[in-house]
Design a protein around this ligand. Structure first.
Ligand SMILES: [Zn+2]
Length: 598
């Protein structure tokens, strides 16, 4: 960057395609300070509001005291903290501080911050092809022209869009729990259950190495790019179905921003004492590159696999607070899914946001360093973020993970992932990431970001510490009382495409995936029912399941099912359909199988 210009007020750079007259006018307006500009239209003089500019102000004190709208609080390559503001020159002058105008005409514009993780290499490669307003040595600031997002992410930059509303400032949330954690037996149990095998199978399915079972059928996820259509839809459905099988309350959130559409996936374990206090565990599901195969194993199947495995383990315990797992799309287009989500929870009591993005790459035999990115000092949100990060560090120490993972708190305002969206909206949030400064994955955003380059012992330790942090943020976790939990684990139709008017057979396997034996009650089946059945509604046929021990499966056979009119159907099975058993999870008792009558 041009360091000599930072402390001097200077003329705005020439916007692309601007006419000389416009530049002169803009310069005049800047020189005139905050004077209201006048323009003449159809012979009449109309007053316009004063011109807004995008400016950088270097600050090393509490940024709230500036008293102007702020849109970002960043740290440059030389470790200088600065803010971005969009305001009039007269307001900037009134601050009586040096500032640097980055764009002399900010009215109605959007901006993109493009993070260069390659220590300037990407920036040098792209120089001359981009109209850069500012280069702080870590990131570029550009006008958000149409199509620029796709160009920048294809070049390898990580994007964030500058918000259209100023950053919200809230004091650090009151926290009842001490930073240092005391070991809890339930957390020790949960951490012990985190296995490399569990992470490997989720990562393999999300990155397309092995087919995933989606809607009851095998599907290979070749890409998770936000604009890929069917593949990203399927990947989202996989996440939702997994969370549902675990017994979480699940939902999609559709979003539409900056010309992109997508959906976030949400799963929730409700808190037993303070259900309105919410801990968020987040990861982005979408990936790069934009065309062709995009395995995105590290970026960010790793964070998703970690959140999925944590949800599967954590749902067997109960918590004071609500734990919510959220998977975003649109991250690579400038944190779009998280922006939509953060807006939707503006009035909720969020204890903290724990965001995982790229958590599995570590050069073999190198130190197992990972980073916790928090806001810079001087930001009112710093203390709340630091509390979350210190909790993680304490979990690593308390549960004996220090030899497997080395966390470093980094107060640099890193803006290249979804946690920074929550900062803008006034929530405490951290990014947990591999050592993105000194040991960055060289294959990220390419088709070589595959599972075989990952360090699974590192990935496993990272997940253990993340799970422990989420557990300790959620109050005092304790083991659930022993309960049965019946599910429909598979449905096989013989033949799969029966002929109209001819009878066929269904073999339905039910399983008790709970922690105690129980009576599976009645198993009802419907030949064609798309919607979920309520308790006590009768199917086309029913059989008695009987007593099942924990972990035990049983297959029941329904013969002489008569195939109806030709067309696509949904076969449905419902175990304990009278809802008599006291189950650990009551929302996972039904299963479906799509089929076609010929
Ligand atoms: Zn990522």
């Amino acid at each position: 960057m041009n360091t000599s210009s930072v402390h001097a007020r200077r003329r705005p750079p020439l916007p692309p395609g601007a006419s000389l007259a416009k530049v002169i006018l803009t310069t005049w307006l800047i020189l005139m300070g905050g004077l209201t500009s006048m323009r003449v239209l159809a012979g009449e003089t109309i007053e316009s509001p004063p011109m807004q500019v995008l400016a950088r102000i270097d600050v090393d004190f509490n940024i709230e005291s500036l008293g102007i709208p702020l849109y970002a609080h960043l740290v440059d390559a030389e470790e200088r903290r600065y803010v971005l503001t969009i305001d009039t020159v007269s307001h900037l002058d009134a601050l009586k501080r040096p500032y640097q105008i980055l764009d002399g005409d900010a009215t109605g514009r959007g901006y993109i911050l493009a993070r260069d993780r390659s220590h300037g290499l990407l920036t040098r490669q792209a120089s001359g092809t981009l109209s850069v307003l500012h280069d702080d040595g870590r990131r570029l600031i550009l006008r958000g022209e149409p199509g620029l997002d796709e160009r920048l992410s294809t070049l390898g930059f990580d994007l964030k869009r500058l918000g259209h509303t100023p950053m919200a400032f809230r004091p650090a949330r009151r926290e009842r729990v001490l930073e240092a954690v005391a070991p809890l037996p339930a957390v020790r149990d949960m951490i012990r259950k985190v296995s490399a095998g569990g992470l490997r199978s989720h990562t393999a399915r999300l990155s397309g190495i092995t087919p995933a079972s989606i809607g009851g059928l095998p599907y290979r996820i070749s890409t998770r790019h936000t604009a890929s259509g069917t593949p990203i839809q399927k990947a989202g459905q996989y996440i939702l179905e997994q969370l549902k099988t675990f017994g979480l309350r699940v939902s999609y959130q559709n979003w539409s921003l900056h010309g992109y559409t997508g959906r976030n996936i949400i799963g929730e374990i409700r808190g037993s004492r303070f259900p309105n206090e919410i801990v968020l565990v987040t990861a982005h599901l979408d990936d790069m590159p934009a065309t062709g195969n995009a395995p995105g194993a590290d970026d960010n199947a790793s964070g998703c696999a970690s959140a999925l495995l944590a949800a599967d383990i954590m749902r067997r315990y109960q918590y004071d607070r609500t734990l919510r797992f959220v998977f975003f799309t649109g991250e690579e287009q400038g944190l779009l899914g998280s922006e939509a989500y953060a807006r939707s929870i503006a009035n909720q009591d969020i204890v903290g946001v724990f965001n995982m993005d790229m958590i599995a790459y570590n050069t073999l035999e190198s130190n197992p360093v990972m980073r916790l990115h928090i806001r810079p000092t001087g930001n009112p949100g710093h203390a709340g973020d630091a509390l979350l990060a210190n909790r993680f560090v304490s979990v690593v120490r308390t549960y004996g993970l220090s030899s497997a993972i080395t966390p470093i708190n980094t107060a640099d305002g890193e803006d290249a992932s979804d946690h920074s969206t929550f900062w803008d909206h006034g929530f405490a949030a951290i990014l947990a990431i591999e050592d993105d400064y000194n040991d960055f994955n060289p294959h990220y955003h390419t088709r070589r970001d595959t599972q075989d380059i990952l360090d699974f012992p590192y990935f496993t330790a990272f997940t253990k510490a993340s799970l422990g942090t989420a557990a300790h943020l959620s109050g005092t976790p304790s083991a659930l009382p022993l309960r049965p939990d019946f599910i429909v684990s598979s449905i096989n139709l013989v033949p799969l495409s029966p002929v109209q008017g001819v009878s066929f057979t269904a073999k339905v396997t039910v399983k008790n995936r709970g922690t105690a034996a129980g009576d599976g009650g009645l198993l009802d089946v419907w030949l064609n029912r798309a919607s979920a059945a309520g308790c006590d509604s009768a199917g086309n046929q029913r059989l008695t399941v009987g007593e099942l021990g924990p972990g035990v499966s049983k297959t029941l056979t329904f013969d002489n099912l008569l195939a109806g009119a030709p067309g696509a159907k949904t076969f449905r099975a419902f175990v304990d359909s009278a809802c008599e058993a006291t189950e650990g999870v009551v929302t996972n008792n039904q299963g479906v199988r799509p089929y076609t009558v010929r």
